[in-house]
Ligand binder design. Structure first.
Ligand code: ARG
Length: 270
């Protein structure tokens, strides 16, 4: 099994954490009274970008805007499949202006951005997974948005209900390993959604609450390398047993805002 996993080169969009801060609380991780070390955050983020590039991936950046402390979480800005861009409509009014900055980036690159009618937070809740799109709901993205996503892409959308406020976005509770498989934390999902996941992915990698609380499910996989929080040691060991190569990258400062590696990374799929 080891060495059978094949990496595919990816194109990632990221946003430098120049204005990163925790100024409001829109998830249970955020405590505006707890200080964030912005210099450390910048170093951690830089390491993530360097690590992607060292592994052969293309990394592009969108210009950070002052006054938008969560803009660093590029995954939330859109979901891009086959070069088509489904934009976001944030639930929190504090985050809504981010869409303007990201739209400018997409427009400059020749992309047209579809504006959803209902709350929808990009790859935070919409996770393209081979032949379908897994879609989270319960805290942010709505069922109406799921329908809109399916209509827009013409790809089956599989709705999954999140039930634990610590795992408010689908990408905090599940990540895609490759076209065939995923890793997830079952207790983050409603009983019915757990059953759906068990049917779709009988061989899934099952994470513990400890892995999930360490942002281990907020990982990025290129099919072989899994860029993963070093706190999720048990999950990393399971991935290594399955022939994946865990690449630890520590984004601890971003955990204070409720984000990790995947939150900081949007994949541009052409
Ligand atoms: N503070 C941000 C929020 O609550 C964090 C977003 C994390 N992004 C993600 N893809 N899960 O909206």
């Amino acid at each position: 099994m080891p060495d059978s996993r094949v990496a595919r080169r990816r194109r990632y969009l990221v946003c430098e954490p120049r204005h990163f801060a925790v100024r409001y609380a829109i998830n249970p991780w955020m405590h505006p009274d707890r200080p964030v070390d912005v210099l450390l955050a910048q170093r951690q983020w830089r390491t993530l970008v360097d690590t992607y590039r060292d592994h052969g991936h293309t990394v592009e950046t969108v210009k950070p805007e002052p006054g938008l402390p969560d803009m660093v979480f590029a995954a939330n800005a859109a979901v891009v499949v086959e070069g088509r861009v489904f934009g976001s409509l944030f639930l929190a009014p504090e985050r809504r202006p981010e869409t303007v900055a990201y739209e400018a980036w997409f427009k400059a690159g020749g992309y047209e951005v579809h504006h959803p009618e209902s709350v929808c937070e990009g790859e935070g809740d919409l996770v393209p997974a081979g032949r379908w799109i897994l879609a989270g709901t319960g805290f942010r993205t709505t069922r109406e948005a799921h329908r809109e996503v399916q209509e827009f892409f013409g790809v089956p959308v599989i709705g999954l209900t999140l039930v634990d406020p610590y795992f408010y976005h689908l990408d905090t509770a599940l990540f895609v390993l490759d076209e065939e498989n995923v890793a997830y934390y079952p207790e983050a999902f409603s009983p019915g959604s757990r059953e759906v996941l068990a049917r779709l992915y009988p061989d899934a990698v099952i994470a513990t609450r400890e892995d999930a609380m360490a942002f281990g499910l907020n990982s990025v996989s290129d099919g072989r390398h899994v860029f993963i929080s070093p706190g999720a040691a048990a999950l990393a060991a399971q991935l290594a047993d399955r022939g994946y190569v865990p690449v630890p990258v520590d984004l601890s400062e971003f955990h204070k805002a409720g984000g990790g590696i995947k939150c900081c990374t949007q994949e541009i799929r052409s």
